[in-house]
Write a protein that binds this ligand. Structure first.
Ligand code: SAH
Length: 393
């Protein structure tokens, strides 16, 4: 079967020549047929030159590029792609006796727009963000089995909330392979229950791994407040690092329950830790406690460009509130995971917060996402996680 051809308007091939992986619907002049959502189409320039192939979808991003070469998108293609992604992770040395948690496929960062695969011990959690990846999920799961061999017993597919609702794909979450209920994964020697069935994202925020490890070095003897703790990630590094007290806050009662289970798993009967299900802003407003180290890792305040202004205000307010609670000589780990908020914009919000509180603030570290969340150099939008470690005098 020959693929439907998508012809671009004149001049709209420029970004593709620089290997940008998206084709916006406005760039398309005509198509030789009516592709289904998720179908693989061939893309041609206005002068009838082949330029890319990718998954078609109705929406502002009409094609997500899978290849800039005229190659078959078949089983061998998926195996090659996953093999490359796996080799990159092996080069990073992330699979060790004390670490079995990492991201295997990071969408555009691994030249697979719309696909996320996270590995938790013997389970891979696969998430489709495009109709095409949903359509190809069984082939991808097979390729994943072929590449990872016996190290992966379970493949859980979790796309009920990540696919375009209009496409009417009615995805169902469930195991494509195996079905184990053993949900414990290990990250740098700490053990976590990962709730891939009901948890946020694929069940855990792997992207903070290196930043959590950095925090451990600052924890000795400090009182720590971990805001937006989710399942407690930063808290356990703080405890292992010798913190004298750790408070974990999240508005989700489920997250707090899982945090408590993770405390029991790693530090049974350790009285240094307490967790509270509460709104972060409210907690900061009501508490009289001061801390030596605060973590702010809120959810994305802006998911779209039009929410940018409010998001920047949000970061300013949150950081100002936190700075007021920091003891002299304290440390603030502050993050933004909003893709639309730039590094400089985030820094300006934090700068404004500092100025507002009148504290003397030094930047100690500038943080980003880890190497298993790589950034495709042709797709700078893929850089989403920004963080600052501040010394507050
Ligand atoms: N730091 C975590 C990840 C944080 S994800 C880790 O290392 O795993 C963001 C978290 O913020 C989510 O768990 C969400 O439930 C929580 N959250 C969202 N809005 C909140 C609010 N207003 N107050 C407190 N927590 C909130």
């Amino acid at each position: 079967m020959t693929a439907i051809k998508v012809y671009l308007k004149a001049g709209k091939d420029e970004s593709l020549r620089r290997f940008h992986p998206w084709i916006f619907s406005g760039a398309i002049a005509r198509m030789t047929g009516k592709p289904e959502e998720g179908e693989v189409v061939d893309v041609y320039t206005s002068t009838d030159e082949f330029i890319a192939k990718g998954h078609f979808q109705i929406g502002s991003i009409a094609v997500r590029v899978l290849s800039f070469e005229q190659e078959e998108i078949d089983d061998a293609f998926w195996r090659r792609k996953l093999q490359t992604a796996y080799e990159v992770r092996q080069a990073l040395g992330l699979e060790t006796p004390t670490n079995d948690t990492y991201r295997l496929v990071h969408g555009e960062g691994d030249n697979l727009p719309g696909l996320i695969i996270d590995v938790y011990a013997h389970t891979a959690v696969m998430q489709a963000h495009s109709a095409g990846m949903h359509k190809d999920r069984m082939r991808i799961a097979q390729a994943l089995s072929d590449v990872m061999g016996a190290s992966i017993d379970n493949i859980y597919y979790k796309s009920e909330t990540t696919l375009p609702y209009k496409a009417d794909l009615s995805p169902e979450n469930g195991f494509l392979k195996g079905g184990s209920t053993d949900d414990v994964a290990t990250e740098y020697g700490l053990r976590f229950h990962v709730d891939w069935l009901k948890g946020q994202k694929t069940g855990f925020f792997i992207d903070q791994r290196e930043n959590r490890a950095l925090l451990e070095r600052y924890a000795r003897g400090r009182s720590v407040l971990n805001m937006f703790c989710y399942t407690g990630g930063f808290s356990f590094y703080a405890m292992r690092g010798g913190a004298k007290l750790v408070h974990s806050i999240d508005s989700s009662a489920k997250a707090i329950a899982l945090t408590e289970r993770n405390v029991a798993l790693n530090f049974p009967d350790d009285t240094r830790h307490a967790a509270f299900a509460e709104d972060a802003f409210r907690y900061l407003d009501r508490t009289d406690d001061r801390y030596d180290l605060i973590v702010l890792d809120p959810p994305a305040f802006a998911k779209h460009k039009d929410a940018l202004r409010n998001a920047l205000q949000g970061y300013r307010k949150l950081n100002a509130k936190a700075m007021e609670k920091i003891l002299p000589g304290g440390i603030l780990f502050t993050f933004s995971c909003s893709q639309v908020v730039g590094k400089d914009q985030f820094r300006t919000s934090v700068f404004t917060a500092a100025a507002q509180t009148g504290r003397k603030v030094r930047i100690l570290h500038q943080l980003t996402q880890p190497a298993d969340h790589p950034i495709n150099i042709y797709h700078p939008e893929g850089e989403y996680l920004k963080g600052l470690v501040l010394y507050v005098e």
